[in-house]
Design a protein around this ligand. Structure first.
Ligand code: GRF
Length: 202
């Protein structure tokens, strides 16, 4: 399966997915493209270093969100991309992209959804005072972190946690979980009935 990763920031999950692929842990998945809405983001350099082509666009230079996505869809189709993996992509996806890729877009979010959707999920969890948070991988729909859940892992909040220390532990869990789920997705082992997803073992 030919995969495009979408990312806006640091790209540590992107780098982890590349490493997993190189280690043979991404099943049939092949990362063929990085798409970023922030050409200056560190993730763009990571793609260049890994020899992965990238499509770097500034949404503000387009007349609408739809036209920005029309350009992305054209590039995805040109490269015969089958699956989209969001990894810190900080934008909502519109029907322009959702319709051609229905059921073929996944995201990772640093909380146990539906708790703490949206921005700064880690800060939200600390402010709320939960003792348990975690990581969710889910299918993407038009909402903010609202699509069907594929996999979740819990992470305890410790008494002395800062946003940085909790983020660090959450990241470590993301680096384990996302390659596993992306591999299953690429191998066609994840199915969806209504909101209920099932992942077959290898
Ligand atoms: C991750 O915590 C992910 O859950 C969230 O954005 C962050 C991306 O981090 N959606 P990175 O860019 O992969 O380092």
């Amino acid at each position: 399966s030919r995969i495009a990763v979408f990312a806006s920031g640091q790209g540590s999950n992107f780098a982890t997915l590349i490493e997993a692929q190189n280690a043979g842990r991404l099943g049939a998945g092949r990362i063929e493209l990085l798409v970023s809405d922030r050409p200056e983001a560190p993730v763009a350099q990571r793609a260049a270093d890994a020899g992965i082509p990238s499509l770097l666009l500034r949404p503000k230079e387009f007349a609408s969100r739809e036209l920005y996505e029309v350009e992305i869809v054209a590039e995805l189709q040109r490269r015969e991309i089958g699956l989209i993996v969001l990894a810190g992509y900080m934008r909502l996806i519109t029907p322009t992209l959702l319709e051609p890729y229905a059921g073929r877009i996944i995201n990772i979010h640093p909380s146990l959804l539906p708790a703490f959707a949206g921005k700064d999920a880690i800060g939200q969890a600390l402010d709320y005072g939960v003792k348990l948070t975690g990581v969710t991988v889910h299918f993407v729909d038009g909402g903010m972190d609202t699509g069907p859940v594929i996999a979740q892992r819990s992470v305890s909040v410790e008494e002395n946690d800062t946003p940085e220390s909790l983020a660090e532990r959450i990241h470590q869990v993301e680096y384990e979980l996302y390659p596993e789920v992306v591999g299953a997705f690429a191998d066609g082992r994840i199915t969806l009935q209504g909101r209920i997803s099932t992942t077959r073992d290898k």
